[in-house]
Every structure is written in C-alpha cells, then in structure tokens.
Design a protein around this ligand. Structure first.
Ligand code: CUA
Length: 380
C-alpha cells in the first residue's frame, strides 16, 4: 500500500527562513532611502560627514573582503565536493605556504593603515571644537526627557533644541540621573550623557529643517520614549526664538489668566519652569516656556495639539510609562501613583495659558500667529 507523503516538520522552518531571507535585504535597503528621518548615512553637518566618510570607507572595504572570502569559500565547497572523489579518497594534502601567509598578513595590515588615517583625522578634528562664534548648549538627560540649557543666552528649554544655520554648535552632554546618550542621526552623536561628567560633540548644521533625535543608551522603562527634535533655522529666526524663550507666556484672555493661576494651584510649578515667571521654577520636568512653538510634547512622543496635551496632562502614564507626572508626587519611576488632580475643564484652561504667546514675541510673529489661527478657524 502506497504511503501518503507526510509534511516534513522542517518544511515550516524552511518556509519561514526563505521568507525571512527574501525580506531581509528589503529591510536593510529601507535604511538607505533619503527621507528616513533618523538616518546616519545622510548627514547634514560637517561632523556628520567626517564620520560618514570613515563609515562608508570601512563598509566598502568590508564588502569587497566579504565577497572575496565568500567566493573562495564557495569555490572550495564546489571544487572539493565529495562526489568528485572515489570512496575513501582525499584531495592532495598541502602544509604550509610562506608566500601565501606573508600576503594575507601584509594585505590586512595595509588595509588597517588605510582605515586608520581618516579615523585619526576624524578623532583629532572632533577634539578641537571651533572657537569662532559657536552656539553653546548643555544637553542634560533626565528620565525621560532632554533639558537644553543655553548658558550664553541665560535660559533653558526642553526636548526641542533650536540652532542657527551654518554656525557651529557645541553640545555638552551630561545627566541628572542615569546614563543617557544624545543622538540626532542626521546631525551628530551618539555621545553619552553621564552623571557627574561632561562630554562634548560639535557640528555645524548646513541645512534648515527639523531633525529627529533619540536617546541611544538604555535608561529605564521609557528609554524608547525619550526623543528630541533639533530645529535648524536662519539666524534671524533663531534670535526671535531666543527673545521668546527669555520671557514667560503672556496670558491675555480671561481663560488664559485662569490657566496661569491654575498652573500654580495645581502644583505644576513644583516640577516645571516658565522662564521669567518667578513662582514657576521646578526642575523635575521639562521647562515649558513658549510651549506653543514646540512641534511635539512628552519628549517628542506626541504632536503638540490641544487634544494631545489634554490627554497627556490627565493620563501621562498611559502615554509614557514611569513618568513622574502623577499624583501623589513620586521619587522613582517604579513608584505607583494616580492621575493629576486636574479635571478636563481645568486642563483646557492650563493649555490655553501654555499656548499663549511669549511676552518676548515680536509684532511680526504675533501677526503671523493670528493669521495662522484665522486660517485654522476658517478651515473649521
Ligand atoms: Cu535616556 Cu535612554
């Protein structure tokens, strides 16, 4: 009686492997597209280009070596396959070949020297930051947000760093708690942010735009939620932003004024700073001055919209596990706590206050903001 062919248990594994092998190159190639927001292979700064040069050189050399080794391996497998020999027969045995050994010692040494030269050049260059008119920023890592301190300008902001185009930026990194890592792939990094120590990375942004960054050192529950943005803009736009950052939001409507009061009554001031507002000087959470200018909230997790802000204020731990923004106040991310004692109506008032333009905003900026608000109202 003929037996039914049974499905071999290996075949499922083979299918999976085959599927994986087909998709793997596609996955790898996906990293090469130009519009990838966090791509190290499309640098937009001088420092990024130096690193990219070494990286590309090593990658191409490695690719050639890989192909040569793979070719030789396949040749050996094919040339000395069992079916070419009689049973019990072995191919001609060889032992020792001084010339071959010399060649395969000298060639790697030459390749290493070839790689070492641009590597050293890059290291020496990184060790000497430019002194002509740089913008200094202290990037301080917190669980889980970034504090950006501009010591020469006298203010602090959170999660979104602004930099002027074509001027060197000196970013000193450190941390308030555990080790984090500053990384904006298209600009620079990674550079560790270590408590009690300062590291320096510098670069000159050459293209205007918003660049995406991410903490690149595992730092606890919400490590993956510790993102950042770097806004590169013209010198004039940068100066206008600095002026807005130096002064608090100006609550001009009754609702904004109520929000301003609630910001203290609901203890927001204990954790957050508003530059130029004496009662709001908390250091636990990010600085919230001129929040309306930020594209995101919650360390780059959500777009900066009223709906997202309301959700964030009322249920932050559902968005970012372990965040200390909860009630009663907690010291550690592991400690249990509930939502803030803020109802929906109060949250809306606080949002209206936070969304108010800075007292440092220029007439031009206010006019543009008015125009944008008018356009939005018309769209509704
Ligand atoms: Cu901070 Cu990972």
């Amino acid at each position: 009686m003929a037996q039914h062919p049974q499905a071999h248990p290996i075949s499922a594994v083979h299918r999976l492997l085959r599927g994986g092998l087909i998709w793997l190159p596609a996955l790898l190639l996906a990293g090469c597209f130009q519009d990838v927001k966090e791509s190290t292979v499309h640098p937009e700064t001088d420092t990024g280009r130096v690193i990219q040069h070494v990286y590309a050189l090593v990658t191409w050399i490695d690719a050639v070596i890989f192909l040569i080794v793979l070719g030789l391996l396949l040749w050996a497998v094919f040339r000395y396959r069992e079916s070419r020999f009689k049973p019990g027969e072995v191919p001609k045995q060889v032992h020792g070949n001084p010339m071959l050994e010399l060649v395969w010692t000298v060639i790697p040494a030459v390749i290493l020297v070839f790689i070492a030269v641009p590597t050293w050049q890059g290291i020496f260059r990184a060790a000497e930051p430019p002194t002509t008119d740089p913008v200094k920023v202290e990037a301080v890592g917190h669980q889980w947000f970034w504090e950006f301190d501009y010591p020469d300008k006298g203010f602090v902001t959170g999660n979104e760093m602004h930099l002027p185009l074509n001027r060197p930026a000196l970013v000193h990194t450190t941390s308030k708690d555990v080790i984090h890592s500053f990384w904006v792939p298209r600009l620079a990094g990674k550079i560790d942010a270590i408590p009690g120590k300062e590291n320096l990375v510098w670069f000159t942004p050459e293209v205007a735009g918003t660049f995406y960054g991410q903490c690149a050192e595992f730092c606890g529950t919400s490590h993956a939620n510790m993102r950042m943005r770097v806004v590169v803009e013209s010198e004039a736009d940068f100066d206008a932003w600095v002026a807005r950052m130096k002064q608090p939001q100006l609550a001009s409507t009754p609702e904004a004024k109520e929000g301003e009061a609630l910001f203290a009554q609901k203890f927001c001031v204990v954790c957050h700073t508003i530059n130029g507002r004496p009662d709001a000087a908390g250091q636990v959470g990010p600085n919230l001055t001129d929040l309306r200018d930020r594209t995101t909230i919650a360390a780059g997790l959500l777009d900066n919209t009223a709906a997202n802000l309301s959700h964030w204020i009322r249920a932050p731990r559902s968005i970012k596990p372990g965040v200390k923004m909860c009630w009663p106040p907690v010291d550690s991310p592991e400690a249990a706590c509930g939502p803030l004692p803020v109802n929906e109506e109060e949250a809306q008032k606080i949002i209206t206050y936070l969304d108010s333009p800075s007292a440092g905003a220029t007439a031009d900026y206010l006019q543009k903001a008015q125009g944008a608000a008018g356009a939005t109202a018309q769209m509704k």
